[in-house]
Design a protein. Sequence first.
Length: 142
Amino acid sequence: MIVSDQQIDYIKQSLILYGVTSKDLREDLLDHICTYIETDNSSDFDTLYQQALQKFGGYANFQNLQRESNFQKFSKAQITLNKLKFTVGFTTTLLLIVSLIFKMMHWPYANVLLICTAALFTLITLPIHYYTKYKKSTYQLS
């Protein structure tokens, strides 16, 4: 059976109705459903469409797929933020140790290093830390 443009629009709208908000996921599901319908020899679109939905686990499974897709995107972003937080935190700690050694040895630029370390900690490390906590808390609420 060949799927018409009207039927494709119908499938697309029903996926939106079932809670698939991600465009990429919606396009993938649309492609899989259309492929399933086109490979069958029957000419009844409604029956084939219902079979395709059941093949994917029904309407509720689409929402689970959307949640899983959102979680994977969130996890990837969290991993990137945690790597950034670790790198900036390590750099700040290293600068603090170096500046304290400079200060104890009374070498020049010890005060500049301390001020730079305090600025790095205050302006970069703390905001990244609190931003990751905020993003994690907002994801857990939804």
